[in-house]
Design a protein around this ligand. Structure first.
Ligand code: G
Ligand code: G
Ligand code: MN
Length: 688
């Protein structure tokens, strides 16, 4: 009954129920697609969680092959009753499941192996074949049967080839070609089955016993039941594989987003949000929080660009990490700022030493892309007893301490104190009120007289700004000048001071000068000379009567443009004094670059000259330096007769101080001027 000539083929085909064959094919397609989806799922799992999906995969494969075979066999009616041996039928399922195992194990755990798909395909084809022929051997009928060897070989070869192709599609498309691969696997299963069936040769016995088993309607019902149960199984598997895939994908994505929101993408350290959350978890325990600010980054950025700065941040993070203990937390809540969090139960001095080590490790030069850069760092510390301060308040306390450390200079570390936050609050309030105060003319000038050291003849006044605050009372320039400098209000204030100083001086006798302090920030303005000349012109004051006081700090930051402005002012007759000499950087290099008319010795030296011979020597040397460079010398802060006498002997030119006159309001200047005029231009017993 075998052979593939056309009438034979038709005869052969007539032995199959078309409905059941279609049912088998449909089931096979669904099952094969499910196999691919489960395979894809198993592959996406981490090795640890893959095992259960691997087992499901093998079961799914075995069940699919077996159900297809079984329904296709029910579709087969050679004209004599057939029934099946249960043990062998069960064995055939087991063979299909076990046979799939090495193939799928290879694909899942050795994906890098070359031709893994081919090996797996051959093994799967063999498993399908083994299932088929063991399943066939369960067939019991009144007759004998055998196979045409050619069709056996061809069926196996086709099954293996199609299975291999299907695995190849899965590997090549990384699972996206699941439908195509499913089609190929279905082709492998159905192809193997029907080609093998084509080679089936049945020889019925002439007298067969009647068997009621599986005939007619019963056969169709059984097929439907098998198909329904397998389909249900496959669909359940399909749904769980796809929903699980989505769930895991969503979990992974959520995890990624969670991480992204809490970490700095450059250094991978915790960002402000991540730090805040960690800190909130720790606020019950004693801890020290250290805010580390990088300084002198600007020149690195200007010279080498953002890329080098980014690499610098990464290297800095690595250096800090090297200083930490296992339980410490390192974060980067802002650019240019790191935070170290340490749970403590130690002495109070220890955190400061730790902070100093952190600063030191950042102060070493960095080598980046072949360039060497040097930056500095400061640290602000806050210790918590674990008494429940909020994360945000701890962070801002450390920031406040860091600000004070930065104000003290690179390399400094400061512990947070309540006084710091009071200072900061007041500073913020002053900053807020500043512009309105300028408009309301709450600023006024006090004038302190300057005298000739030997004759005590009055030479002029230094203008000193005061803020007459309606609620806070008199505020000194030491407090509001830094606020104005940081907030950008210094230019407006400076113009106001200049105007007022020129106006006041224009009412004084012609031989008296007025000295006005200039902030380094004001010097940077390119229109400064024009503003000054305009103020002089408006008030009819000769430039020769104006002296501008600059600090050493201002001279260090000098650029070529600033030098040009200063030279233009000097050419017009305005004179210059170097203020607080000796108190600052004391780098003398600027003295020959720009010639000052006057040098003002800082009051810290004057205070010491009576008690300390060294201070006398230094003061004497400064006076000598001034004389050698052609500068007049003025000593500030003269408070006693003894100081005045020493300065006289040392040859000091002018003096200024509480002994001879405190800073005074403008009305008092007029009173002083009349008294001085009566005394013939000489100093009079001090007012007030
Ligand atoms: O007057 P008193 O000792 O508080 O001044 C403190 C400091 O404030 C002084 O060193 C002085 O140079 C500075 N200062 C005072 N008035 C002005 C001003 O109008 N502008 C600038 N830039 N500094 C001033
Ligand atoms: O830094 P500058 O010279 O610009 O500041 C002068 C400041 O020094 C003034 O604000 C004034 O209040 C202060 N001052 C002036 N004379 C004396 C003095 O004799 N003793 C002290 N301690 N301060 C003085
Ligand atoms: Mn001054």
């Amino acid at each position: 009954m075998g052979g593939f000539y056309l009438p034979g083929l038709l005869l052969w085909a007539s032995q199959f129920s078309a409905t059941l064959v279609a049912l088998a094919a449909m089931l096979c397609l669904t099952g094969s697609y499910t196999v691919m989806i489960v395979l894809r799922r198993a592959k996406a799992m981490r090795a640890g969680r893959r095992m259960s999906w691997f087992l499901a995969l093998c079961l799914c494969f075995g069940a699919n092959v077996w159900a297809t075979h079984f329904i296709a066999m029910l579709a087969f009616d050679p004209g004599i009753p057939i029934y099946y041996d249960t043990t062998r039928t069960a064995l055939s399922i087991l063979v299909a499941v076990l046979g799939a195992m090495p193939a799928f194990a290879l694909l899942l755990w050795c994906p890098a192996m070359r031709l893994a798909w081919a090996v797996a395909g051959v093994v799967l084809g063999a498993a399908i074949g083994a299932m088929h022929f063991i399943g066939m051997s369960a067939m019991m009928l009144c007759g004998s049967f055998g196979y045409n060897p050619v069709s056996v070989v061809v069926s196996l070869a086709c099954g293996m080839a199609a299975a291999a192709l299907s695995m190849r599609v899965m590997q090549r498309t990384a699972g996206r070609g699941a439908f195509r691969a499913g089609l190929l696997l279905a082709a492998a299963i159905c192809g193997l089955h029907f080609i093998a069936m084509g080679g089936l040769v049945i020889t019925p016995h002439s007298h067969w016993l009647f068997s009621p088993f599986i005939t007619g309607k019963g056969k169709a019902d059984l097929a439907a039941a098998v198909a329904a149960v397998s389909m249900l199984l496959l669909i359940t598997l399909l749904i769980s594989a796809t929903t699980d895939a989505k769930l895991v994908e969503r979990q992974i994505e959520a995890k990624r987003l969670w991480h992204l929101a809490r970490h700095d993408d450059l250094t991978g350290l915790l960002n402000r949000r991540g730090l805040r959350e960690r800190l909130s978890e720790m606020t019950g325990e004693p801890l020290v929080l250290i805010s580390i600010g990088l300084v002198r980054l600007k020149p690195v950025d200007d010279l080498f660009g953002r890329e080098v700065v980014d690499k610098l941040f990464c290297q800095a993070a690595a250096r800090l990490a090297a200083q930490l203990q296992l339980a410490d937390i390192l974060a980067m809540p802002a650019g240019e700022e790191f935070v170290v969090l340490r749970a403590i139960a130690g002495a109070a001095g220890e955190p400061l030493a730790f902070a100093q080590r952190l600063i030191d490790c950042l102060s070493e030069p960095f080598k980046i892309d072949g360039v060497t850069v040097q930056i500095g760092a400061c640290a602000g510390l806050v210790c918590s007893e674990g008494s429940g301060e909020g994360a945000e308040s701890l962070l801002s306390a450390a920031d406040i301490a860091l600000r004070e450390a930065k104000a003290a200079g690179a390399g400094q570390a400061r512990h947070f104190t309540m006084a710091m936050s009071a200072r900061l609050l007041r500073r913020h309030q002053l900053e807020q009120e500043f512009e309105a105060a300028l408009r309301n003319r709450e600023f006024l000038l006090f004038f302190q007289p300057l005298f000739d050291c030997r004759s005590l003849t009055l030479r002029g006044f230094e203008a000193l700004a005061r803020w007459q605050h309606p609620e806070r009372g008199m505020i000194g320039p030491d407090e509001f000048i830094p606020v104005a400098e940081a907030g950008g209000m210094i230019t407006a204030l400076g113009e106001y001071v200049l105007e007022e100083a020129c106006r006041a001086a224009s009412t004084w006798p012609e031989e008296l000068r007025v000295a006005v302090n200039l902030s380094p920030v004001q010097l940077k303005s390119p229109v400064l000379p024009e503003k000054i000349w305009a103020a002089l012109a408006r008030n009819g004051l000769a430039p020769q009567r104006l002296e501008l006081e600059l600090t050493e700090g201002a001279m260090l930051e000098q650029t070529a443009e600033v030098q040009l402005s200063l030279a233009a002012l000097k050419d017009s007759g305005v004179s210059f004094a170097i203020d607080d000499f000796g108190a600052g950087y004391s780098s003398l290099s600027y003295l020959h670059r720009f010639s000052f008319e006057r040098l003002k010795i800082d009051k810290s030296f004057t205070r010491e000259i009576t008690a300390s011979p060294d201070a006398r020597i230094v003061t004497g040397a400064i006076i000598g330096l001034g004389a050698a460079l052609g500068m007049a010398v003025l000593a500030e802060g003269v408070e006693t007769e003894a100081q005045l006498n020493i300065l006289r002997k040392a040859g000091c030119g002018q003096v200024q101080g509480f002994l001879l006159g405190k800073p005074m309001p403008e009305q008092d200047v007029q009173t002083l001027l009349t008294q001085v005029a009566k005394a013939g231009g000489r100093a009079v017993p001090v007012l007030s």
